[in-house]
Design a binder for this molecule. Structure first.
Ligand code: FMN
Length: 296
């Protein structure tokens, strides 16, 4: 299975078989987590990922996800310290792990809403300023889905995604007609479109600059939703996940490029590509979007 197939097949699983991971499986999962976290994301923040396996009781009870997730005894606990772009980098690193884990036969679900952050930080051994913004429930998919699983999947319309025309725009703010793009880009945009996002809100917006052949990525933030969990900003995590899908698919499609964080500092726009970049950012801001990164 190549990475594009894995990206399109991955989905959130909330009902797990109760079989507990054995030692060899733990080693293999830890290897995948280490590889994913071995390099920082595009913003340069370091993320550590700890595997927590509850060999005695129920992991859900310990982490307070009971009811939402059924049968999971394993969780991935990503640990970070506050830094600019750390949420995006967490999304990037953890989604890389989620995709590689799916390819290795492990199902998972991102959990950013209801779980005990205090317990997760304790189990992860977070120290000082470090914290655990989200956890990943991990395991083998159960043969039968729990009632809660079906309910949540239905409520978040988990299989549904916005049309590309609602996500992609031109520098003048008009919708981008996907047919206008050369075909490898369609593969990349499709990989981004199927990315998981908190409550399936899909807050990613892209602007294509056809002259300079670059993409600008914005966050269409739900301000209340994204700022109601203290220093955890789920929609910034969504952006990092989408950036990973985009970059992985571009690599697969043979399209060269990388993400540059869009931070406003003296001289930045000149370095990043001058007035063209600035006017695209102004256009995005007029629509109420926050600039995140540029691909070129
Ligand atoms: C940052 C983040 C946080 C999430 N938090 C939760 C959560 O707390 N509970 C839950 O059931 N699903 C959660 N999800 C899963 C989303 O609901 C799911 O990805 C979305 O509905 C799309 O469905 P899919 O993953 O099956 O494609 C989260 C996803 C992300 C990316």
């Amino acid at each position: 299975m190549n990475i594009l197939e894995t990206i399109s097949q991955r989905r959130s699983v909330r009902s797990f078989s109760s079989t507990i991971m054995d030692r060899r499986e733990m080693e293999s999962v830890r290897g995948i987590l280490e590889r994913a976290a071995s390099e920082p994301g595009p913003f340069g923040a370091r993320i550590r990922c700890k595997l927590h396996v509850d060999t005695v009781g129920s992991g859900e009870a310990r982490l307070g996800t009971y009811g939402l997730i059924s049968g999971a005894s394993a969780f991935v606990l990503p640990i970070l310290a506050p830094a600019p772009g750390a949420m995006e980098d967490l999304g990037w690193v953890v989604e890389k792990a989620v995709i590689d884990l799916w390819a290795a036969g492990w199902a998972s679900c991102w959990i950013g809403g209801v779980f005990s952050r205090t317990k997760a930080a304790g189990l992860a051994g977070a120290s000082g300023e470090e914290y655990v913004p989200i956890v990943i429930a991990l395991g083998k998919e159960a043969e039968r889905r729990s009632f809660m699983d079906k309910l949540i999947a239905r409520a978040s319309r988990s299989r549904q995604r916005r049309a590309l025309a609602e996500l992609c725009f031109l520098p003048d703010g008009s919708a981008l007609n996907g047919d206008a793009l050369a075909s490898p880009w369609n593969i990349v945009l499709e990989a981004l479109r199927v990315a998981p996002s908190a409550s399936n809100k899909q807050p990613w917006r892209l602007v294509w600059d056809p002259l300079a052949l670059r993409w600008m990525l914005f966050l269409d933030e739900d301000r209340f939703y994204n700022n109601s969990l203290g220093n955890t900003h789920l929609q910034n995590i969504d952006m990092g996940i989408a950036m990973y899908h985009f970059a992985a698919a571009a690599g697969c499609a043979g399209l060269k490029g990388s993400w540059t964080p869009l931070v406003e500092r003296e001289g930045f726009f000149a370095e990043a590509g001058g007035e063209g970049v600035k006017s695209m950012i102004d256009m995005g801001r007029k629509k109420g979007w926050e600039p995140i990164a540029m691909w070129r």
